[in-house]
Design a protein around this ligand. Structure first.
Ligand SMILES: [Zn+2]
Length: 430
């Protein structure tokens, strides 16, 4: 029987590793308690002291801020630009599975925070080749995006000699309490390899029988240790100094900076991954097949800890969403250049047979005692229809599954509704 936390809905199967204390409470819930016990004013002062030596007087950039068209980009820039008064170089790795909202959010933050911005577009043929390889071999089609998002900022830092990168929250701390906030853990290549990349670094992709070449992996390689050491490069996490609360932050960004969410097929949270078709879709299904839980369990557990959902409400949401079909497999199959049925077959190959039992060809049932539906039913019942949330979710023009489905590889970020075009001599719109 798999152990489930008595407070949140995480089980011992969590991919990042989790431990339970004598009261049956998980390490993530215990570290979360620090959010209500630490003196956050004091921690903010500590942050100001940490960044002070990096302020430049020569009109150069003070730091690098990595963003995507969703998650915490707006909130991070609000802190870095408006509260800390730093001049960042904002960087983003283009994952190619962009939604219209994601592209609009990127344009919005460039304008609202008045920042310089660098976007990395890796050759799409290379990205497809690597995506197919990592999907087939490791059940992870999203490897290039995870690798690119975690290495491009480091490459730019080394290239432009900017010794400070400012990230949002640390996932290991937030989800499973891998560290205390007071450890002030910083970016490391080791964490990236072990957890962001599931143990697979760029060089591991070129083994025998792989059609990924050495050249294909160049954009995903970590800079040399000697370069990082010479620059004294640090990557700090704002979540160690600010009481990090993603939902409250998103609602604040919707209200103050026009951040946009997007309807999701597999979770109630329309803000976290509004920018991408793959991460909350196919990637999330693979997580469910391999580890027995999906993003909705992360988000529902988070909301229990913040006190916005009780355990029964959270369990009902998880049992409603966890086994939903992703909405956009056809878009991803089309992008990869494979039939949708082939993509589904490859995805099913990666079901973990300790969790799934193939009772007849192509029909799987979840093994009992694996944090399965009947356990969620014990906690929250099985809802017949989509459970209501106890809060409203503004900032989303697409409150239904009829949301515009248009996979944008490279978008300029024209905002909706279209403003009148600027005259040519002013450079046109965006
Ligand atoms: Zn817990």
């Amino acid at each position: 029987m798999v152990i489930t936390c008595k407070r949140c809905l995480y089980t011992e199967n969590h991919a990042l590793g989790i431990v339970f204390d004598d009261e049956g409470i998980c390490s993530g819930c215990r570290i979360h308690e620090e959010k209500d016990s630490l003196d956050w004013d004091k921690r903010w002062t500590k942050l100001e002291q940490v960044v002070e030596p990096y302020r430049r007087k020569d009109a150069q950039y003070d730091c690098i801020v990595p963003v995507t068209g969703a998650k915490d980009g707006h909130f991070i820039l609000d802190l870095v630009v408006n509260r800390l008064g730093l001049t960042p170089l904002v960087v983003s790795y283009n994952k190619f599975f962009n939604t219209p909202e994601g592209i609009a959010n990127l344009a919005n933050l460039r304008i609202k925070f008045n920042v310089d911005f660098q976007l990395k577009n890796v050759n799409p043929h290379v990205v497809k080749r690597i995506s197919k390889h990592t999907l087939y071999r490791y059940g992870n089609m999203y490897w290039p995006a995870l690798a690119g998002e975690t290495v491009f900022p480091v490459q730019v830092a080394v290239m432009m000699k900017i010794p400070l990168i400012i990230w949002g929250a640390h996932q290991g701390l937030e989800q499973v309490g891998m560290f205390s906030h007071e450890h002030e853990v910083e970016m490391s290549r080791r964490y990236r390899k072990d957890h962001d990349l599931f143990g697979t670094e760029a060089r591991d992709l070129t083994q025998a029988w792989s059609d990924v070449t050495d050249e294909d992996t160049l954009n995903y390689r970590y800079p040399a240790f000697s370069d990082i050491e010479a620059l004294q490069l640090r990557g700090i996490y704002l979540g160690n100094y600010v009481r990090w609360d993603p939902l409250a932050q998103h609602l604040d960004m919707v209200a103050r900076h026009d951040y946009q969410g997007r309807w999701q097929a597999r979770t109630f949270d329309i803000y976290d991954h509004a920018d991408c078709y793959a991460y909350p879709g196919l990637h999330d299904v693979l997580k469910y097949f391999k580890h027995g839980y999906s993003k909705v369990r992360d988000q529902a557990s988070r909301e229990i800890r913040f006190g916005r959902l009780d355990r029964a409400q959270a369990a009902a949401l998880v049992s409603y969403y966890e086994s939903r079909e992703p909405a956009d497999m056809d878009l991803l199959a089309n992008w990869l250049g494979v039939p949708e049925a082939t993509l589904k077959m490859v995805v099913n190959r990666h079901r973990n047979d300790r969790i799934w039992d193939e009772v007849s060809p192509n029909r799987w049932v979840r093994r009992p005692g694996t944090g399965a539906a009947e356990e969620l039913e014990d906690i929250g019942g099985i809802p017949a229809s989509q459970p209501e949330l106890p809060w409203s979710q503004p900032g989303c023009s697409t409150h239904c599954k009829d949301a515009e489905r248009k996979l944008i590889t490279v978008g300029r970020g024209v905002k909706y509704p279209l403003p009148p075009p600027l005259p040519e001599d002013e450079g046109g719109y965006l």
